[in-house]
Design a protein around this ligand. Structure first.
Ligand SMILES: [Zn+2]
Length: 303
């Protein structure tokens, strides 16, 4: 009974948060694959993005970092024999004398941009790897009690950082959770620390896991992904389940803006039934209770 009251309280808090958080949700982990970037790890802008992106697709490059010949040398690498660079443009701000004088007789300068071209190579054209250049710094910490909590469920969790699996998900047909490793998670303004973002995501997937037909059976079989309402509803359940657990496990002190934004997106896709949010929250509470019951069983076994 007490647990239920805590859960209700948390749901009230998240509703409040949703009113102000908007829908500007972004992934809390660093993208693996995706847009081209330079050696400092910043993304190319404008036309260069398109030039390099199409180059990546054309040539089938698996890495997305590009660098000049000199930059590759500076990192201790070599461009492979026979490789050709790709031309990108760079606008350099400059000042030039107009030849005119102002009222006090000083030279008048004008600002302008000079277009410069230079050549860059994809790291696949060199002996360097992305990890040599921008080593991933794992910010997220391990929380032993939470690890234990997750382990006690017996869920099949597969950590997969292979370059093109840029997602965290649950696969109902095979009943496993796919996760990007902790190292890729970053801290975000809306979500909080990298640690909180990692566990919030994992607990979201773990809530999906409770819906499997062998557990609470939230009817994944019935064309789950084709039905936008069913899908949106399940996303509400999963995210609310995550909010409940991150609060109860003490990972976050309040529901994050990030969670509220995510809920707002999915709630926006369910038009016809305003009471669906409360149904989703009841389902989420059931899911969390299910996971908590698994903890008790484990404790009993151990005793
Ligand atoms: Zn989900």
């Amino acid at each position: 009974m007490k647990t239920q009251q805590i859960q209700e309280k948390i749901v009230q808090k998240i509703i409040k948060q949703m009113e102000t958080a908007g829908k500007n949700w972004t992934k809390p982990w660093n993208e693996i694959g995706g847009m081209p970037k330079n050696i400092r790890g910043t993304f190319y802008k404008g036309i260069n993005t398109f030039i390099l992106w199409s180059e990546m697709l054309d040539k089938g490059y698996k890495q997305r970092t590009f660098a000049t010949f000199k930059q590759i040398q500076e990192k201790g690498g070599k461009v492979n024999k026979g490789e050709k660079g790709c031309q990108v443009v760079f606008w350099k701000p400059t000042e030039y004398k107009t030849g005119e004088k102002d009222d006090s007789g000083d030279d008048v300068y004008k600002k302008s941009l000079i277009c410069k071209f230079y050549y860059v190579f994809n790291l696949d054209q060199t002996d360097l790897l992305e990890d040599d250049i921008n080593p991933i710094v794992g910010e997220a910490e391990e929380l032993p009690s939470v690890e234990e909590y997750i382990k006690n469920t017996g869920a099949d969790i597969r950590i997969d950082d292979s370059k093109y699996k840029n997602a965290c998900y649950y696969v109902p047909s095979k009943d496993y959770i796919g996760m990007v490793s902790k190292d890729y998670f970053k801290s975000t303004k809306a979500g909080g620390s990298a640690t909180a973002n990692y566990y919030a995501t994992l607990l979201h997937e773990l809530t999906h896991w409770t819906g499997h037909e062998s557990r609470l059976d939230r009817n994944y079989k019935a064309k789950y992904f084709d039905d936008v309402h069913k899908y949106a509803f399940e996303e509400l359940v999963a995210e609310l389940g995550s909010v409940l657990q991150t609060q109860m496990l003490g990972i976050n002190s309040a529901p994050t803006e990030h969670a509220a934004q995510y809920l707002n997106i999915w709630l926006g896709r369910i038009k016809e039934k305003p009471d669906l949010f409360f149904k989703a929250s009841a389902m989420a509470q059931k899911a969390v209770t299910y996971i908590q019951d698994l903890q008790k069983k484990e404790t009993k076994k151990a005793a």
